[in-house]
Ligand binder design. Structure first.
Ligand code: HEC
Length: 456
């Protein structure tokens, strides 16, 4: 089993970032994001503040139903609510008639309600103009529908993004992951689906913006982020998007992984911050850095660094060779087989993360549907993501919409997918697994094994 890990190249199909489609209305509503420096006037003295601190969702909620926080009640601003054709009485007794687009624009920019009353100063005044203002109105008009997009009483539409078939690796991986997900969904549907809703999978290799999709399971194993803030995404791996309330990822990117490894080794070897040197940051100098008295060197791949080649030829003379931190354990690691001091690496997951239940489920699935057992690490990462999505759907229950689904995800604390280490999400945490398995290289009978780091 351990040998399988050596075949696993930490995402070897990093693909180009895809173009970002402009969804201005959603970006303003959900993230307070706009490419210009629009200000927001707040409080009784109309003090200017940055838009990004005042996303509508902060007060009116993901789906516009409103919320109560710190004694302030932000009302329901769903389109159907705002345009109801009769007098509406707010909690503090103010009466107003129905809104239309122009009146709504006035409320947002000047804080005046549909009947000409001043709204209280807890509602900021947005200095928005067209076309952005118009886009925001469009979004408000659609919001209710978006919240329920892709679900009906008897189905849930899920978009499955598979690796790019333009590369050989992507093609091979897609050919394994697609039947796996098909089987996994089929198994759930045979048991009645999720609260009588059957899962309908729609497969694709590219960004999706379909109107009738509830959520996306992104299995492309690439760093790009789905740009649309309205599409709910669970990605096996990808950019940790701190702003996008709709984008959740399980496994960290190489950048983050590198930091986890370096932090772990600082701790393990009790080093000072300047004792680990990142050789990749020194590719252009004369490599004199390798004679420095560092205690450890970080590299992601031997090919990336000229200094590493030089290092390999000089380490034998080195009086006390530093440890090596490898980001990407691959075939080239054989170069380090006889390295005289410890070599550490990090794996996004290891087979020890697979629980007994996970193993049993996987065995049954592969047997029942005659599935391939190749690329097993990617298969487990896929199943961990799928389990996360399905559990969140199940826990949300009958009253499923985007807002209730996201609320469920925010309550995921140390969730056991069966195929990964525990997953935690929260309001400000959308990367589920913020750790990795730190391993130390061991050579046993001329074979490379990755074991637990040895105690110092
Ligand atoms: C800091 C909290 C906060 C933010 C951010 C905020 N609002 Fe409000 N909003 C309120 C409060 C509180 C009220 C109620 C004011 C009142 O009743 O006098 C309100 C009222 C409204 C109303 C009037 C509803 C009615 O029934 O008359 C609309 C429309 C509205 N907000 C839209 C928005 C939009 C669109 C955004 C984002 C561009 C936004 N709000 C951002 C707090 C907020």
């Amino acid at each position: 089993m351990i040998r399988l890990l050596l075949l696993f190249l930490w995402p070897n199909i990093l693909l180009a970032q895809q173009p970002i489609t402009d969804k201005i209305g959603a970006a303003i509503y959900q993230q307070g994001q706009l490419n210009t420096t629009v200000k927001v006037l707040i409080g009784p003295d109309a003090i200017p503040a940055p838009l990004k601190l005042f996303a509508c969702t902060n007060c009116h909620g993901e789906s516009g139903v409103g919320k109560q926080e710190a004694g302030i009640t932000a009302p329901d601003i769903r389109w159907s609510q705002l345009t109801k054709p009769y007098q509406f009485t707010s909690i503090d007794g103010r009466q107003r008639g129905p809104y239309n687009r122009a009146l709504l624009a006035r409320a947002i920019t000047n804080g005046i309600d549909a009947s000409g009353n001043q709204l209280n100063h807890h509602m900021p005044r947005y200095q928005l103009v067209d076309p952005a203002l118009n886009k925001l109105l469009d979004y408000l008009e659609q919001l209710e529908h978006l919240n329920n997009a892709g679900i009906a009483d008897d189905y849930i539409n899920i978009s499955i993004l598979l690796p790019d078939i333009n590369s050989a690796e992507g093609q091979a991986l897609s050919a394994i992951l697609k039947p796996l997900i098909k089987a996994y969904f089929d198994q759930i549907n045979r048991q009645g689906g999720i609260y009588n809703r059957l899962l309908q999978a729609h497969y694709s290799h590219q960004q999706v913006t379909p109107e009738d999709i509830f959520a996306v399971l992104d299995l492309r194993f690439q760093t790009s982020n789905l740009s649309s803030p309205t599409i709910l995404t669970i990605a096996a791996y990808g950019e940790e998007s701190s702003n996008n309330q709709h984008h959740y990822t399980l496994y960290p990117t190489p950048e983050k992984t590198k930091q986890i490894l370096i932090d772990a080794i600082y701790h393990h070897l009790a080093l000072a911050p300047d004792q680990i040197i990142d050789l990749e940051a020194h590719t252009n100098d004369n490599c004199s850095i390798i004679n420095n008295k560092a205690s450890a060197f970080f590299i992601s791949s031997p090919n990336n660094s000229q200094c590493i080649q030089q290092w390999l030829t000089t380490w034998r003379q080195h009086p006390s060779p530093p440890s090596l931190l490898l980001a990407n354990p691959s075939a080239q690691d054989y170069l380090f087989k006889q390295h005289p001091s410890p070599v550490y690496t990090i794996l996004p997951m290891s087979l020890q993360d697979i629980s007994l239940r996970g193993q049993r489920n996987y065995q049954q699935l592969t047997r029942d549907y005659s599935l391939s057992q190749q690329q097993i690490i990617f298969q487990f990462m896929t199943l961990a993501s799928a389990e996360t999505m399905i559990s969140a759907l199940q826990q949300t229950g009958r009253n499923l919409n985007h807002a209730t689904f996201i609320k469920t995800l925010h309550n995921f604390y140390e969730f056991d997918s069966g195929f990964s280490s525990p997953i935690t999400f929260g309001v400000n945490r959308r990367l589920g697994i913020q750790s990795g398995r730190v391993k130390q290289l061991k050579v046993i009978n001329d074979q490379i094994k990755w074991g637990l780091p040895e105690q110092k």
